[in-house]
Every structure is written in structure tokens, then in C-alpha cells.
Design a protein around this ligand. Sequence first.
Ligand SMILES: Cc1ncc(COP(=O)(O)O)c(C=O)c1O
Length: 396
Amino acid sequence: MGKTAKSWKTRLMHSDAKVPTGFRSLATPVYRGSTTLFPDAASVNDTWDQYEAGYTYGLYGTPTTLELAARICELENGYRTFITPGGQNAIALVNLAFLKSGDHILVPENIYSPNRKLVYHVLRRLGVEATFYDPLIGGGIKDLLRGNTRLVWTESPGSITMEVQDIPAIAAAAHARGRDEQRVLVVLDNTWAAGIYFDAFAHGVDITLQALTKYVGGHSDLLLGSVTVKEEALYQQLGVTHQVLGCAASPDDCSLALRGMKTMAVRLKHIEKSALDIARWLAQRAEIELVLHPALESCPGHEFWARDSEGSTGVFSIVFRRDVKKEQVLRFVDELELFEIGYSWAGVTSLAVAYDFAGSKGRPDYGHRIVRFSIGLEDTKDLIADLERCLEGLRK
Ligand SMILES: Cc1ncc(COP(=O)(O)O)c(C=O)c1O
């Protein structure tokens, strides 16, 4: 009992009710909280680094958020990880943490399109210049580095057209510029590899990010991102920006992501095999010119995937033969019964989306003929039967 008498109204906040202690569960508890309590008046402090200061404010992490961060960091062999409210927020955070007016960045042409829009709509306005480069440039990137280049973005395989990048060669060229003021950071969007099938830090990357929305969440019901760094200096610089941009991630979503992680190995095992079986089956079909799956030789940059990766996931694209018209591609997608149509891949339900790159500078000449799949957990035979029925339908 406390020293002050309490009415029932006060007891609503300051209760003396007791429950048994010692409950143990296999699930990480969901710690929700904006206000974080300090033990005494002198301890109050607004430090973002909860590892250094202990918990100071829910925005910088609750035990649920920080557990997810620590586990992603462990899987990626990083130094520290930040959780963000979505993958795109992770992308924005990296740019805003490391760039200033007058800087220059290099961005692959096949980058996730909101990342490209960030360049056009925000970074240029803030005085940051960008050069878009051929994702297959490899070590040739050295010719694009300028005195004011600060970041080289990479995404491998790249969005939709799936080119695999020679990350070690790009990193070697960027790092040849030295440290301190001259330092060029290499950032990788490692979402396709789920942060595990490509060991980014061992291949020279400085900062990785993932849309945890995808394979970590795994069930199309949450939005989260992560940024992982390889050293303390980068952690400090990111931490301040993460704080002032207010990148609050929901502990409930983090708890779903922690649950998603427990089944990720079995989901990925099924998805990898199913996607490969389907990709190989599609490669035999006369209607299709190209299958863009990193593990198939037909995918540009396949040799880098084979050299550097430990596995593949479930997202790949096909390019129809040149005589297939746009209406036929759209009808093909519409008629699929087991593939839903929608963004945000990597869930348990298979997806198909048609894209049109006609007139897009910097993308291969696939025009309206490209369809991207995300393979889920359905029976592979059923998915192939669905695809076969709709490919046959193209002839009608
Ligand atoms: C490669 C890649 N990176 C980042 C993102 C952004 O993730 P989010 O939807 O969580 O913002 C996506 C989403 O589709 C993506 O495909």
C-alpha cells in the first residue's frame, strides 16, 4: 500500500491489484508504450540510443521493437539495426541520414520505383544530385563516381527486371575512394534475399535495408522496414536521424514480424523450390521469350547470383514473345485463378502483376510484355496448371 489514500477513480491509474509473477511464454511480449518511466527525477533523459541510456521513450524502441532489431541484425551479421515503419521509410531514412545539399548519389535504373521517386521529388529539391546507372555496370561504376559522390545505391536483383548486380565489384570501386570526407557508402536493398541468402557485409556493403513487410512478415498483413549498419559511426549517424524523423514502428507489427521469423526457413524452402520449378517450366513454353529468375542462366547477372548467393526466393518475372499484345498480357493475368493481382510480394498467396516499360529509359526493351510473379505456398502443381490454362488461352 502507498502513503496516499486513493478513491476508485485514482485506482483506475494507480492500482494495488496483484497478479502472479513468473509467466513464461514462447512469444515475445508486445510492449506498447509512448511514455517510458524513469526511476527518479534525475534520470530523465532524451537519448535515442536505448543500448546506452536504457529505455527513454517508446519512439526509440520498446523491448519488442528492439528484439526484432537485434534478431534481424544477428541474421544479417551486422553491427546494429533500426526498425522503421515500412521498407520505403528505411530507404528515405538512409538518404536523409547521410546526404546533404551538394552531394551526389548513384542509383541503379532498376531500383524500386518509390526510391526513384524520392530522388525526383525530395532529394533534388534538397540539392542532392543523382545519376542513374546500368545495374550491370559492375566495377565500371568507378567512372561515374564524382568528387561529391556519397552514396551508391544497389538493389539485387533489381525490381521487376531482376538484374543481379556485381556487388563486390561496385563496393571495391566505391571504397577505393578512401575514408573520411571522401568516403562513398554502399547501400543494398536486400529484401529479395530476405537478408539471409546474400551476406551483404561479407561482400563489401556498408548499409543494408529490408522491407520486413515481405519475407520476414510473410503474410501480407504488416508494414515494417529495417536498416542495418556495419559499424558504430554509421549507427550513430543513423540513430540521430531516426530519432528526429520520428520513425515509430508499431510493437504489434514487430511482434507479428517476430512470429513470421520463426517460420521463415520453412516458408522460404517451399517457396524457393516451387518458384524454381515454375520458372523452369515457364522457360520451356513457346509463348515466353525470357524467364528472369536469378537462378536461371537467362537472367542478366545470373553469374553474380551463382557466385555470391546461398539461395533464391519466390519473386521472378517472365517476358512474353514479341508478338504478344498488351491486351493478351493483361488477359493472361486476369484469367489466372490462383494468382491474385497486387503489390507487396512475399506472402503466402501467389501474385502476378503486369508491367509496361515501353518508353522507360534505362530498362531493357521488354515493353508491355513483362509479368512479375511472387510465388506463395500453394501446391506447385496447381499453380502450373493455372499458368498452363492461361497460356493456352493466349492462342484464342
Ligand atoms: C525491393 C523493395 N524495397 C522496398 C520496398 C518497400 O517496402 P514497403 O512496402 O514496406 O514500404 C518494396 C516494396 O514493394 C520493395 O519491393
